[in-house]
Design a protein around this ligand. Structure first.
Ligand SMILES: *Cc1c(COP(=O)(O)O)cnc(C)c1O
Length: 390
C-alpha cells in the first residue's frame, strides 16, 4: 500500500522531537549535532528564544488577514531589506520556488513593458537548482526531476558555471536575463569567482539584460555577508531569497529594483498566504538578530575556523576526503569515497549533514555555531573518516 505521506522523498528513519541551538533530539532521546540546519533554513539554530518570543507574541495577536489589506509586518520587513540591499521593492512568498518564479515573471514583464516582448529566455548556469514547480524543473533540466513531467516550458539555455565564453556565446536577441546562483548550492557548493559575477553585471548592462541572482541558499548571512553577491561589489536587478530568512518558518521574497519591477502592477501577481503576519514577525525577528553588530563578522570568523579545520581533515584522510569549498558557513567537502557513505556514517556517530551534487557533503551549521560545536563536529568527522578509511 502506498505510504500515507506521498513517497516522493527517500526519508531517513529518524523522527525529531525537539531542537535547541545546534542540536536536535529524536524521539528516542538521541542527540545529534545539526550541521544541516534544515538545508540552510535554521540560520539561528533551533528554538532560538528571541524567535520563539516574537512568533508567540504575534500568534496571540493576529495570524492572517490575506493580501486584500495592508500588512504592517510586510511593510516593516520590506523597508528594512530595502535599506540593506539593492532592492526598491519586494514580493513575499511562502517558499523559495515561489519567490524564484515571481522573479521569472517579473523579468518577462519588464521586457514586455519596455518594448522587447521577444526577450523571454533565461541563461542559467551549471547544476542550477531553483525548486520543483514546472517552470523551476524546466530551468534545472535534470533527468530525475523532469522525466515524465513534460512538456516543459522551453525558456532556459544552460551554460557551464563560472564560464564566460560559453555564456557570451549563448546570448541571443531573445535572451531576457542571466539567472545564476552566486554560490551553487545543490549543484555542489561552488562559489562563482568574483570576477565572473562582475562580468555578468557588465554583460547584462551591455546587452540590456536583467541580472537575476538566486540567493535562496547563499543569502541571509551564510557567506558572511548578508548576500553572497556583495563580495563581488556588484548588485543584481532581481534576487530571490528564502530558506534562512524565516529561520524555519516558511518565508521567501523576490526583491527587485524599481526599474526591473515596473510591470508588476496591481493584478499581475499574488498569493493567499504570502507574507502573512506570522511569517513577517519571524522574518523581522531574524533580521533583528542578523543586523546586530558583529553577527556577520562572527559568521566569517567561525567559517574561517571551520574551513581551516576541514582542510586539516582533508590532509589527514586523503582516501576519504578530496577538498574543501565554499565561503563563510556555506561549506562543502568533496569526497573521494561515495558521499552517501560518509553522510550515513556521520549520522550513526551523531552528526547530521546533507550531500550535494558532485560527490560533495554540505557543511551548513546554524550561523550561531560556537567553537565548542565546531570542535565536536571536527572530532566526529575525524573519527568517522578514520573508520571509513580503514
Ligand atoms: C532550496 C532552493 C530553492 C527552492 O526553495 P523551496 O523552498 O524548496 O521551493 C531554490 N533555489 C535554491 C538555490 C535553493 O537552494
Amino acid at each position: 500500500m502506498i505510504p500515507v505521506v506521498m513517497p516522493t522523498y527517500s526519508r531517513i528513519d529518524v523522527v525529531f522531537e525537539r531542537g535547541e541551538g545546534c542540536f536536535l533530539y529524536d524521539t528516542t532521546g538521541r542527540r545529534f549535532l545539526d550541521f544541516t540546519s534544515g538545508i540552510a533554513v535554521n540560520a539561528l539554530g533551533h528554538a532560538h528564544p528571541y524567535l520563539v518570543e516574537k512568533l508567540t507574541e504575534q500568534a496571540h495577536k493576529l495570524w492572517h488577514t490575506s493580501n486584500l489589506f495592508r500588512v504592517a509586518g510586510q511593510e516593516k520587513l520590506a523597508s528594512r531589506l530595502r535599506e540593506l540591499t539593492f532592492a526598491d521593492t519586494m514580493f513575499f512568498t511562502n517558499s523559495g520556488v515561489e519567490a524564484w518564479e515571481c522573479g521569472v515573471k517579473l523579468v518577462r514583464k519588464y521586457h514586455y513593458e519596455t518594448g522587447h516582448p521577444e526577450k523571454t529566455r533565461f541563461i542559467v548556469a551549471g547544476g542550477n537548482f531553483h525548486g520543483r514547480t514546472m517552470t523551476a524543473i524546466a530551468a534545472s533540466g535534470q533527468d530525475k526531476m523532469v522525466k515524465g513531467f513534460g512538456p516543459l516550458l522551453d525558456a532556459f539555455d544552460r551554460v557551464a558555471y563560472d564560464n564566460l565564453n560559453e555564456l557570451r556565446a549563448a546570448i541571443t536577441p531573445e535572451t531576457a536575463a542571466i539567472l545564476v546562483e552566486p554560490i551553487l548550492g545543490e549543484g555542489g557548493m561552488r562559489p562563482a569567482s568574483l570576477d565572473y559575477l562582475r562580468a555578468l553585471r557588465a554583460i547584462c548592462d551591455e546587452y540590456g539584460l536583467l541580472l537575476y541572482f538566486d540567493e535562496i541558499q547563499s543569502g541571509m548571512g551564510r557567506s558572511g555577508k548578508l548576500f553572497a553577491h556583495e563580495w563581488a561589489g556588484i548588485t543584481p536587478d532581481v534576487m530571490c531569497i528564502a530558506k534562512g530568512i524565516g529561520g524555519g518558518f516558511p518565508l521567501g521574497a523576490c526583491l527587485a529594483t524599481e526599474k526591473a519591477a515596473q510591470g508588476m502592477v496591481a493584478g499581475t501577481h499574488g498569493s493567499t498566504f504570502g507574507g502573512n503576519p506570522l511569517a513577517m514577525a519571524v522574518g523581522n525577528a531574524v533580521l533583528d538578530v542578523m543586523t546586530q553588530p558583529g553577527f556577520l563578522d562572527n559568521v566569517i570568523a567561525k567559517g574561517a575556523l571551520l574551513q581551516g579545520k576541514l582542510e586539516e581533515l582533508v590532509a589527514r584522510h586523503p582516501t576519504v576526503l578530496d577538498s574543501v569549498r565554499g565561503k563563510g558557513l556555506i561549506l562543502g567537502v568533496k569526497c573521494v569515497t561515495p558521499v552517501g557513505d560518509l553522510v550515513t556514517a556521520l549520522r550513526d556517530n551523531g552528526m547530521l549533514v546533507v550531500s550535494a551534487a558532485d560527490n560533495v557533503v554540505r557543511i551548513l551549521p546554524p550561523l550561531i555555531v560556537g567553537e565548542a560545536e565546531i570542535n565536536e563536529a571536527v572530532a566526529i568527522l575525524d573519527r568517522t573518516c578514520a573508520a571509513l578509511a580503514a
